[in-house]
Design a protein around this ligand. Structure first.
Ligand SMILES: Nc1ncnc2c1ncn2[C@@H]1O[C@H](COP(=O)(O)OP(=O)(O)O)[C@@H](O)[C@H]1O
Ligand SMILES: [Mg+2]
Length: 224
C-alpha cells in the first residue's frame, strides 16, 4: 500500500539575490512498512526533501500526499497538528529537550496530545523498556552518550505510533557500535509495530540495512 506520494517537488532557497536550487523536480512513493533511505552526497537535497515531507518546510512546486491527505494545502495550525499525530522525527543532533529527563522527553509528544500523566508515563516507560533503555529514564540528555540520546530520540519519535518516522542522518554522529544498536532498534520496531521509516544518510552502514535506496544528486533522483 502506498503511504507517501511525492509529485514533481521543487524547492529553491533565496540567498540574497542568488537562487539556490535544493530540490529540482523529484517524484517517488513510499510504501507502508518501507525501511527506505534517501542517499546522496552532502548538499544533494536530502534534508530539504525530508523537511517538506514532514511539513516543516513548504515546497515551491509539486505535491505531497500522505495516504489521501494532500499536505501542501494544510494551514499552519493543521500542519502543527498533523506533525503531532502522524509524523515522528529523528534528527542528526538528537534535539532532546535539555531540561527534561529521558522519560519526560519521551512523554512530551503525548503530553502535547493531551494525554493524562499516568497513561503517558505508562506508555513511555513500556516502550523505553521494550527498547532496552528503561534504566536511562531519570537521566538528563547531558548525562547520556550520543548513542543513548539517539535511542531516546527514536523512542520519542515512536511513542505516539506515527504513520511514518523521518530520520535525518540519524547515525552521522555515532560510533559504529552505537550506530549498529540504533539500527537494530529501528529495524526491530519497523517489523514489530509496522512503522514506516524514511531516513536520509550517506552512511554506508545505514545503506546496507535499508530495504530500499532512493538516490539523490544535485536535487534530482538518480536512476538506479
Ligand atoms: N537555509 C538554506 N539557505 C540557503 N541554502 C540552503 C539552505 N538549506 C540548504 N541549502 C542548500 O540547498 C541544497 C540542498 O541542501 P540540503 O537539503 O541540506 O542537502 P543535504 O541534506 O543532502 O546535505 C544545498 O546546495 C544547500 O547548500
Ligand atoms: Mg542534510
Amino acid at each position: 500500500m502506498e503511504l507517501i506520494r511525492v509529485n514533481h517537488l521543487k524547492k529553491d532557497y533565496q540567498q540574497g539575490v542568488l537562487k539556490i536550487p535544493a530540490v529540482r523536480g523529484v517524484s517517488f512513493s513510499i510504501q507502508k512498512g518501507d525501511f527506505a533511505a534517501l542517499v546522496g552526497p552532502s548538499g544533494s537535497g536530502k534534508t530539504t526533501l525530508l523537511n517538506m515531507i514532514g511539513v516543516l518546510d513548504t515546497p515551491d512546486e509539486g505535491e505531497i500526499f500522505l495516504e489521501d491527505q494532500c499536505l501542501n494545502t494544510l494551514k499552519e495550525k493543521e500542519k502543527t497538528r498533523f506533525r503531532l499525530y502522524h509524523i515522528g522525527f529523528v534528527f542528526q543532533f538528537y534535539n532532546l529537550i535539555p531540561v527534561f529527563t529521558a522519560l519526560e522527553n519521551v512523554e512530551y509528544t503525548l503530553m502535547l496530545q493531551g494525554m493524562d500523566k499516568k497513561t503517558r508515563q505508562e506508555k513511555a516507560l513500556s516502550l523505553m523498556s521494550e527498547m532496552r533503555i528503561e534504566e536511562l529514564k531519570n537521566r538528563f540528555p547531558r548525562e547520556l552518550s550520543g548513542g543513548q540520546q539517539q535511542r531516546v530520540a527514536v523512542v520519542r519519535a515512536l511513542v505516539s505510533n506515527p504513520k511514518v518516522v523521518l530520520a535525518d542522518e540519524p547515525t552521522a554522529n555515532l560510533d559504529s557500535e552505537s550506530a549498529d544498536i540504533l539500527l537494530d532498534i529501528m529495524q526491530e520496531m519497523a517489523v514489530k509495530k509496522e512503522t514506516t521509516f524514511l531516513f536520509s544518510t550517506h552512511d554506508k552502514r545505514v545503506m546496507d540495512r535499508a530495504k530500499r535506496l532512493i538516490r539523490l544528486r544535485d536535487g534530482r533522483l538518480e536512476e538506479n
